[in-house]
Design a protein around this ligand. Sequence first.
Ligand SMILES: [Zn+2]
Length: 248
Amino acid sequence: MSEFKKYNIEEFDKYITSLNVSRGIKLVQLHHTYVPSYKQFTGNNHIQLQTGMRNYHINTNGWSDIAQHFTIFPDGAIVTGRSVEMIPAGIKGANAGAICIECVGNFDAGGDVMRKEQKDAIVSVVKILMHKFSLQPENAIVYHGWWTASGKKLGDYTKGKSAKTCPGTNFFGGNTRKAFEENLLPLVAGYEKKTKKMLETANDITWELNHTYFPIDDVDRFKKILDEAKKENNPLYWGYYKLVNRIK
Ligand SMILES: [Zn+2]
């Protein structure tokens, strides 16, 4: 069994980027732990809580290791669990090709109020995994409550049929497919949208450069384009700036 490692978002990003995974990954499962909840988290007992979960999963549930690959704590720290090469014990019917993430807390209505640090870490971890395994968040992210206890796919939380309310009736605004699409999906898809917008701006500038005749001593038009790029914080601004100076 692997030793638990604790990471912040930046360290987790580096760890995942350099990780070689031979198993095919197509799903990212999101769960809440329910127990332990915020009540048991002291601010520095990450490894003790993770060890407690492993012991429970092995000794009481009879599993070979802790169920999940990663646990995200209220302070935003990420702790590793079972090896990513192993299939998780997360959702009956949806464990093959899945990465299982447990968020420490009880996120049913009336339970814990998720801290901003944890929210940010969940969003970042999901984005990092989407990027690493080239997944589309609208298909790849799944909630435990979208399956029955016997492993039948419901595709949505269905009271009375779902295995559990997990990841909680108040997890990012709810545990239904609609709540996911309205609340979590825009946060994890935002990165892609921003990149697309940046690329559109870069393409516009490139088009202008290719389609405009610039007299050798007339750089006003260039300057205008560059000003626009600067205003929009386009990261390619300095590249174009250098190009203009070379043309001059
Ligand atoms: Zn669950």
